[in-house]
Design a binder for this molecule. Sequence first.
Ligand code: GTP
Ligand code: MG
Length: 188
Amino acid sequence: GLRKKEVNVLCLGLDNSGKTTIINQLKPSNNSNHLGPLSEEWKHVSQTPAPDIVPTIGFNIEKFKSSSLSFTVFDMSGQSRYRNLWEHYYKESHAIIFVIDSGDKLRMVVAKEELETLLNHEDIRSKKIPVLFFANKTDLRDAMSSVKVSQMLSLENIKDKPWNICASNAIKGEGLQEGLDWLQDHMK
Ligand code: GTP
Ligand code: MG
């Protein structure tokens, strides 16, 4: 048969925004019911963090396959001391997922600065790769809407790359599929 096209996706954003939670939702084991119906039930109603998600040290690599693509996802740590690792992967990346904590108003300006640094980097600036934003944690009571997040980050200034922003609740898995479908469509 035909070999699937191999693509690298970089998952970026500040620490605690939900990158690893989003990627964990995509893992098949997370969708199977091997833990039994009780734990399945719990998974859907609980708002508490999954016990196995801890702040990422450095980065993790995860592989996924869709019908047409074979993805390698680089789940980078968002902690400030690790953010200098991000740029080493820019050259090889075919798409970017940038995750924002919609409830973190205080650090929205930090997220904006990191986004600007990313988009101005010489290895990203000239590439027309798609950028998918997740305005994550929509379930938080004072979460900003995706339109508001988009305004705070001045996304309308991105003219040279296809981009999209999706509201998401990574704990429940809401909004993720829509975003990833868009990303796939822009990598064909
Ligand atoms: P670093 O690895 O440190 O860069 O963080 P990260 O972006 O990978 O964040 P992570 O996935 O570890 O999530 C941080 C915390 O936010 C965890 O306690 C998650 O359970 C929680 N979290 C993730 N997504 C959501 C969401 O949609 N809603 C709520 N309420 N909490 C979320
Ligand atoms: Mg992480």
